[in-house]
Every structure is written in structure tokens, then in C-alpha cells.
Design a protein around this ligand. Structure first.
Ligand code: FAD
Length: 461
């Protein structure tokens, strides 16, 4: 790399890892969940990895990258599922994990440095009698900036919604210019940063919402009929029972969650609940009315948070390495939702295994599907057909087989993002290739990284 020495002069040799075996780990994340992305990102490379120790170091790296027009991609813990932190156009990857720590904490609010683990933010909140309003199920390893730039929601969502529901109160970020500017975004203005894969600025401070802590208890309920379970989970989330998690698994997913599998019959549909301990009796009585049975004692050493959201796919891929996955949002209307689950069960029995996280967002119940897909004969063709079928039912698809922000489907209108990017990343060197391009919709038989190389060879010729 031509400018490597200049980065070494800034950070010191121990903080700059040149391309080679030591950086291989930085070229992996959890995009292998998707056979399509796994193939597309297989030959990703990077020129060097920077490990700044402080915000001053980070600012100096950003300034130098801007001056030399070197593509830069920021990385937290690298647990993203869509290749968000993998560099498509080489350049440098900047690991922000060492820029960590809680800056301020008060009623309803915590401010942290970007590399702070969500687990550490949660621990600090608990010390004040509060808890994170929302955090990913990977909170033990995920960073705060990685969560807001690459994630969408998670634990706490059953009461507090997701990233877009006022849970991210403010963000500070550096622009990618020779003289980086610090921009502060508050309230609704933080939206362009949310789930846009770190393409519009380098986040230096994250302020998140806290809610009063509760004594949450892990438990599960089993049902013989999936429709009964789905109706129960919807109504429970809508009720006044205080939930931090409401995660429904159609059989045979339950048997794929290995540490739990002996606790119930493989034919059971299983609902994982993390609910206020004071409400156990109420939940039990309600489950009985819906034809289910609540088990108030957690049956495994593995914590309940290691099974829901994308963790379910970790278990299903282990149980069936040939399986794939999808993300989607069912209707928020109870009857339409139940119609959709019934249709999917009928059309794709044993293939589209319905795993649904129930999110309450501004009074609306939003069933978020994260289904394992098993036994698809020709993965790509079958996937397209299945997605078209779901769209026909009015299920919104959140395609996890693309690394492009817009194609993922979580971020609606990206016009505000594009406008901000014009001044915050004027040279378009921040995580290039992830915003405003096409992958899933225009992919050919060759991986995109190969296409990029071919294009640059053509330019040189
Ligand atoms: C088993 C499993 C379960 C998961 N469960 C959930 C879940 O419940 N909810 C959820 O939302 N996600 C979930 N995820 C996805 C992921 O773990 C989370 O979104 C996590 O918060 C990402 O944090 P990270 O530190 O690993 O970020 P990374 O993957 O390192 O980065 C994510 C994105 O943020 C960008 N970024 C990071 N820091 C900065 C910065 N300072 N400035 C600018 N850009 C930055 C990166 O460039 C990248 O685009 C799960 C993934 C797995 C594998």
C-alpha cells in the first residue's frame, strides 16, 4: 500500500496491520448466513487495518484517508449479517473497538464512545436502575456504533420498538474531509445514520434511550397449533404484560435450538418469553386460554438471549448447513397477520419455518419474521419465487441477501441520506459500494468484487 508509512507515522506500527494473514479476520462477518453473500464476498481484500486508540487518532486517520482519497470502512465487532463492515473497494478498515467507554448517564439517557460494547452500556444502565430500551441479541460483543449503523433492533423491542422509534437520541459523527468536521444530530435528524452501514459519517458518540429496569424472567410456552401460538404472541405483546422479548418458533425450529431441545416435543411450537417476573401467573393463565402451556422455569444454562433474532439462524444453520434465511415484516393487523402465517404454512410446509419476533412500536404490533429456509432445491431460483409469493400476501420483504442499504429494505427513503452524504463524504470514500447501487437486483453469475476488478482492469487498458 503506497501510503502505509504515513498511517504508521500517525498511529505507530503496532496499530497498523498491513494486508496479510493478521487481517483475515477483518474480512469476515456473519454474511455467510446467506449463500449468495458468502459467494459474492469470498474474495474481499483490504490494504491495511487501522486500530486507533482515541478520537484524536481516529480523526487523524480519517483526515489522511480523505487527503489521499483512500476508501475507508469502519468496523465494530464485525457481527453484521449483510457484509456491512467488509470493504468492497479495498482501502483501509478502521477498527473502533478500542475507542470505548461510557461518557455520561442520566435519567432515560446514556452517552457512549463508538466502540463501547452494548453489554457495557447495559451494565452501566443497570447500576442506575435502568436498562437499554433496545439492544441486539449480540449485545455481549456488538459495539454501540456498529449497532446503530448496521443493526435494526432486538431485545427490548417487544415494548420499545426498534432503532427508528426514538431509541437513538443523538449521534455525533466526523465528516470524511481533509479537515473532518464534527456534526451533531439529534432526535429525528439521526435517521440518516440508522442502518445505513456507516456510509455517511464516522460515528464518534452515541446517545441511547434508557427505560426503568425490570426483574425479567426467562420462560417458554409450548403450543400444539401454530396459529394458536401466533395469536397468543400477538395478543400478549399488545397486552399490559411487560415483555423484553417475545420470540415465536414454528416446529421444527424448537428442535434446532439444541440446548433447549430436550425440554419439549419436536412437534411443539415454542414461544420464548423474557417477561416481568411479576406477570408469570397472568401469562400462564393467558397461555392456557389459547391452548398452550407456560413453563416458568428456564430449562438450559444458555441464556435466553442466545436464541432469538438472528441467533435463531445460527442454530438453524448449525442443524442444517444447507439452509438459508429471510427477513420480512408481516401485517400489523391481527387478522391479516394470522391470514399470512396460515398461508405461508400451507404453501411452504417444512420449508419456510416461521420464526417471528413481536415488536411493539408506537402502539402497533409489528410481527418481524426471521425464518430459516430449509430444503430449497435451487437456492436462488427458489428464493425469488418464495419472496414473490410473500410479497403477494402483503408481507414486506427485508432482503438479507444483499449488502446494499436500499435493497435490505429497512431504510425507506434514502433521499435524506444521499443529501447529507454530499457534504459529509464528498469524495465518496466511506464504505463505497453499499449505498445507491444494485446488487441483488442486478447480480450476474460473477461475484461483484470480481466485476469491480474487471472494471478497473478495463479502465487501465
Ligand atoms: C447471532 C446474531 C444475532 C444478531 N442479533 C441481532 C439483533 O438482535 N438485532 C440487530 O439489530 N442485529 C443483530 N445482529 C446483527 C449484528 O450483530 C448487530 O447489528 C450488531 O449490533 C452490529 O454491531 P457490530 O459492532 O458487530 O457492527 P459491525 O458489524 O462491525 O458494523 C456494522 C456497520 O456499522 C458500521 N460502523 C461501525 N462503527 C461505525 C462508526 N463508528 N462509524 C460509522 N460506521 C460504523 C460498519 O461500517 C458497518 O457498516 C445479529 C447478528 C448475529 C450474528
Amino acid at each position: 500500500m503506497t501510503h502505509l508509512q504515513e498511517f504508521v507515522d500517525l498511529l505507530g506500527a503496532d496499530r497498523v496491520l498491513p494486508a496479510g494473514p493478521k487481517v483475515t479476520g477483518y474480512l469476515r462477518d456473519f454474511s455467510w448466513y446467506s449463500p449468495i453473500l458468502e459467494n459474492a464476498l469470498a474474495d474481499t481484500t483490504v490494504d491495511a487495518v487501522m486500530r486507533p486508540r482515541s478520537l484524536d487518532d481516529l480523526t487523524a486517520v480519517v483526515a489522511l484517508a480523505a487527503e489521499r482519497r483512500i476508501p475507508l470502512t469502519i468496523r465494530g465487532a464485525g457481527t453484521g449479517n449483510y457484509g456491512q463492515s467488509l470493504p468492497l473497494r479495498q482501502g483501509i478498515v478502521v477498527d473502533i473497538k478500542d475507542i470505548a467507554g461510557v461518557l455520561e448517564i442520566g435519567a432515560g439517557r446514556i452517552a457512549v464512545l463508538p466502540g463501547t460494547l452494548m453489554q457495557d452500556a447495559e451494565a452501566a444502565a443497570q447500576e442506575t436502575g435502568q436498562e437499554m430500551a433496545v439492544m441486539p441479541s449480540t449485545y455481549r460483543v456488538a459495539t454501540a456504533s456498529g449497532f446503530i449503523c448496521g443493526g435494526s433492533g432486538g431485545l427490548g423491542g417487544a415494548a420499545n420498538g426498534d432503532l427508528w422509534d426514538g431509541n437513538i437520541l443523538a449521534v455525533e459523527m466526523l465528516t470524511v474531509e481533509e479537515k473532518p468536521r464534527l456534526i451533531r444530530l439529534e432526535g429525528g435528524d439521526v435517521r440518516p445514520v440508522l442502518h445505513t452501514y456507516g456510509t455517511i459519517g464516522v460515528v464518534t458518540r452515541v446517545e441511547m434511550r434508557l427505560v426503568p429496569a425490570r426483574d425479567h424472567r426467562a420462560m417458554y410456552a409450548v403450543f400444539a397449533d401454530f396459529q394458536d401460538a401466533a395469536g397468543f404472541a400477538y395478543d400478549l405483546t399488545a397486552s399490559d404484560v411487560r415483555l423484553r422479548l417475545c420470540s415465536l418458533h414454528q416446529a421444527p425450529i424448537g428442535s434446532m435450538l439444541k440446548p433447549l431441545a430436550g425440554a419439549y416435543d419436536p412437534a411443539d411450537h415454542v414461544l420464548l418469553l423474557w417477561a416481568d417476573a411479576a406477570h408469570v401467573a397472568k401469562v400462564g393463565a393467558m397461555a392456557r386460554r389459547y391452548g398452550g402451556r407456560l413453563e416458568p422455569d428456564w430449562p438450559a444454562k444458555t441464556h435466553i438471549t442466545q436464541f432469538p433474532f438472528s441467533h435463531t439462524i445460527l442454530w438453524s444453520r448449525k442443524a442444517d448447513p444447507g439452509s438459508s434465511w429471510l427477513q420480512c415484516e408481516y401485517s400489523d393487523d391481527r387478522e391479516r397477520f394470522l391470514g399470512q402465517t396460515a398461508s405461508v404454512s400451507e404453501r411452504y410446509p417444512g420449508v419456510f419455518l416461521q420464526h417471528i419476533e413481536f415488536i411493539e412500536s408506537a402502539g402497533r404490533i409489528r410481527p418481524l419474521g426471521i425464518p430459516p429456509l430449509v430444503g430449497l432445491p435451487d437456492h436462488e431460483a427458489a428464493l425469488e419465487e418464495l419472496m414473490a409469493y410473500c410479497a403477494g400476501l402483503g408481507i414486506t420483504l427485508l432482503n438479507p441477501h444483499s449488502y446494499i442499504v436500499e435493497e435490505g429494505g429497512f431504510v425507506g427513503d434514502t433521499a435524506q441520506v444521499a443529501t447529507l452524504k454530499q457534504t459529509s463524504d464528498p469524495y465518496h470514500i466511506l464504505n463505497p459500494g453499499k449505498l445507491g447501487e444494485g446488487f441483488f437486483t442486478s447480480r450476474g453469475p460473477t461475484p461483484p468484487s470480481l466485476r469491480t476488478r474487471t472494471r478497473s482492469k478495463e479502465k487501465r487498458a
